[in-house]
Design a protein around this ligand. Structure first.
Ligand code: ASP
Ligand code: MG
Length: 411
């Protein structure tokens, strides 16, 4: 018998019927003898509706009042779920973040959890109750209601699991796990049984939208086993856990590449004729950073004739701003032309298995070459190789790489 923290997202509690279905599930786990702490989101669409109301009054709503407002969404679901559980004879008790208490800093609308007092929750568990906690919210030192940022209920779930030393934090959502790549692009995409925190972070930061990135980071830091499962159909889901390293004779089964991630949100900027002198990279990138623009991939050429060129990518929304900043820098450092291209995409292969395998990059490049896809930029980490390509070839590249690394499901 275990202690599980189960988080149910907005679609899983999107209507009274769905809340009743969650109650059936939770009551079932209790009947099997498990201890259950439930974390819920607001009913789907509710947080957006509340934000809309606020914006009808103030274009940039007051952050403290915004938190008082948006935290009400989760308060509705904790109460309804507890009613549904009690109706089933399953003892349950609801708590807001402040009641628990989930102590955060005071950065309204993006607060960070500092501490959780689990004593009252433990007492309820010992008394045989299911504890239902409002996700997304906490309270600061002064007693102000805070929220953790969009998608923050995942982080609430993980933080509670860490504080309670739960056996698993289970994230119930509308997909049945983490996939090798987006099934909407690649028919052969398969659910992964298991993935490491590092891989999940690479997959998530690349645009896999299953879990809030902060929640994965948090779970990795405290080694909380995290499982993503569907609240609509049965199945084992995907376990996100620490890398157990080389598993002896089983290690042959470890795939070299676990998944193919991609991102269409980037744009690329090139500055040419840059004087090849020490400090020049900083002079080019510092104004970009000062303008609050995040840079992802950076490539600089070796110099010829005393000049070089530098290319880097930024978020597509920032391209106009970044280009203006870079054009000013080009004048300041006596560089040449600035070019911008927002018709690019990033495709990455991700896998901890790469650490112990050579030739992964060449397999990747050969697969892309076979489809005549030109690589514009390359960047690598220990467990990832990412390339920037023309966005027109994104889907083709994803499918080719999925196949080349043996990830396609058997027909
Ligand atoms: N209800 C909040 C949101 O929509 C938090 C969450 O669902 O995780 O962002
Ligand atoms: Mg969510």
């Amino acid at each position: 018998m275990g202690l599980y923290v189960q988080k149910y997202g907005g679609t899983s509690v999107g209507s009274v019927e769905r809340i009743e279905a969650v109650a059936n599930k939770v009551a079932g786990f209790r009947a099997d003898g498990h201890d259950i702490v439930v974390v819920v989101s607001a009913m789907s669409g509710e947080t957006n509706r509340l934000i809309g109301l606020a914006q009808g009054i103030q274009e940039t709503p007051d952050p403290r009042e915004m938190d008082v407002l948006v935290s009400t969404g989760e308060q509705v679901t904790i109460a309804l779920l507890c009613m549904a559980l009690k109706k089933r004879g399953c003892e349950a008790r609801s708590y807001t973040g402040g009641q628990v208490k989930i102590l955060t800093d005071s950065s309204h609308t993006k607060a960070r959890i500092q501490d959780i007092d689990v004593t009252p929750i433990r007492a309820d568990i010992d008394a045989g109750r299911v504890v239902v906690v409002a996700g997304f919210q906490g309270v600061d030192e002064q007693g102000n209601i805070t929220t953790l940022g969009r998608g923050g209920s995942d982080t609430s779930g993980v933080a509670l699991a860490a504080a309670l030393k739960a056996d698993e934090c289970q994230i119930y959502t509308d997909v049945d796990g983490v996939y090798t790549t987006d099934p909407r692009i690649c028919d052969g995409a398969q659910r992964l049984d298991k993935i490491t925190f590092e891989e999940m972070l690479e997959m998530a930061s690349q645009g896999s939208k299953v879990l809030q990135i902060r929640a994965v980071e948090f779970a990795g830091k405290y080694a909380v086993p995290l499982r993503v499962l569907s609240s609509f159909k049965d199945g084992p889901g995907t376990l996100i856990a620490v890398d157990e390293g080389d598993e002896g004779e089983n290690s042959v089964e470890q795939p070299v590449v676990s998944g193919i991630a991609f991102n269409r949100d980037e744009a690329k900027l090139t500055i040419s004729g840059v004087p090849d002198t020490p400090g020049i990279a900083a002079r080019i990138l510092a104004p970009i950073g000062a303008a609050n623009i995040e840079v992802d991939v950076i490539v600089q050429n070796t110099a010829s004739d005393g000049t070089t060129d530098m290319t880097f990518t930024v978020h597509r929304n920032d391209i106009a701003k970044a280009k203006a900043v870079l054009e000013q820098t080009a004048l300041d450092v006596a560089a040449g032309a600035v070019r911008a291209d927002d018709k690019i995409a990033k495709v990455s292969i991700v896998g901890v298995g790469m650490r112990s395998h050579a030739g992964v990059a060449s397999t990747m490049f050969e697969a892309l070459a076979a489809d005549n896809i030109n690589i514009q930029m390359i960047t690598t980490s220990e467990i990832k190789i990412a390339v920037i390509i023309d966005e027109r070839y994104l889907e083709l590249a994803v499918r080719s790489l999925h196949k080349a690394f043996g990830l396609d499901a058997a027909e």
